[in-house]
Design a protein around this ligand. Structure first.
Ligand code: KDG
Length: 310
């Protein structure tokens, strides 16, 4: 069994029950989310272990998040309770662009943003098979950013999902900070998408973007939205196409892809096979509300692939 240590912010997601502008939505459904927590659940359900490092509020939502993640098998022993509130966000679905979702954050000064280098444990980082974080954690506060830089410095193997959220920082700040991390700490796994690569290296063509990002990672996964994704490694390139399904909410699909891919590759699956499974996981993710509820087991992924590829 492989161990991933994930650094990030767990968020409470309040997803609109009906599509359309949030000003007219009456009912919201609560879910546990946050990119690195999503990665952790995907990773754990596929037979590996994930230790989450972060903070939640000493409040009802914080307790809810811890209990939920524990129930999914995530190791929450390192999640600290913080006097600030657990961050929340709302999701507006299918408006003004069909099949797209918009996240509206209420997280400034949240417990999760108080993550700091003092929350890191040297032995845990050194022993982990992979240490993972995202651009979201680099963006939420100065101390969280320092924690990611330090953790990556101490880790043996690192994984990073660029996950640029332009509501949290400007494209210039995202580019400068992420490229700085990549230059200082070349990665084993870089997971990104064609929107983020445009911000980082000015390229949304997957092959061109890969060429510019390849000095910074041994393996690159380039997500291409509903079209699919490409993995580049050891001089090889493999594209796995997406499936056409009815979209309920796309939030969390990228994490489903990344978390599934990482878990399976670390378990010894060839990257091409892992990417096929990862695409299946992200496809399932868009068909339901909630980032973590749709995350599958290997058996469920096999069933999906058998049916869809008939
Ligand atoms: O990737 C999904 C995340 O965007 C969602 O869970 C919320 O972590 C989140 C964020 O910061 O947007």
């Amino acid at each position: 069994m492989k161990t991933m240590v994930a650094l990030g912010e767990i968020l409470i997601e309040l997803n609109s029950l009906s599509p359309g502008p949030l000003r007219h939505v009456t009912y919201f459904e609560k879910h546990i989310a946050g990119s690195e927590a999503n990665y952790c659940v995907a990773f754990t359900l596929l037979g590996n272990r994930c230790v989450f490092v972060g903070r939640v509020g000493d409040d009802e939502f914080g307790r809810n998040a811890i209990e939920w993640l524990r129930g999914k098998g995530v190791d929450v022993g390192r999640v600290k309770l913080d006097p600030n509130p657990t961050g929340i966000f709302f999701i507006q679905r299918n408006y003004p662009v069909p099949d797209k979702s918009i996240s509206i954050y209420y997280r400034k000064g949240s417990a999760g943003s108080r993550l700091s280098p003092g929350d890191l444990d040297d032995d845990l980082l050194r022993e982990a098979d992979v240490v993972h974080s995202t651009g979201i954690t680099l963006a939420i506060s100065e101390t969280a950013r320092e924690a990611v830089f330090e953790a990556f410095e101490r880790a043996k193997v690192t994984s990073f999902d660029t996950n640029i959220r332009l509501k949290l920082w400007s494209p210039e700040e995202a580019r400068e900070t992420i490229m700085n991390l990549l230059r200082r700490e070349p990665l084993k796994f870089l997971i990104t998408d064609t929107d983020d690569s445009k911000v980082l290296v000015g390229e949304s063509n997957p092959d061109e973007a890969y060429r510019l990002l390849s000095p910074y990672a041994e393996l690159v996964v380039m997500k291409q939205g509903p079209k699919g994704a490409t993995v580049y490694y050891e001089g090889e390139k493999y594209f796995s196409p997406g499936y056409t399904v009815k979209v309920e909410d796309v939030v969390g699909a990228g994490d489903a892809l990344g978390g599934t891919f990482l878990s399976l590759v670390l378990s010894g699956f060839p990257p091409k096979k892992a990417l096929d499974y990862a695409i299946a996981s992200s496809t399932l993710n868009v068909t339901m509300r909630g980032d973590q509820e749709p995350l599958p087991t290997l058996q469920e992924l096999d069933e999906f692939l058998r049916e869809m590829n008939k």
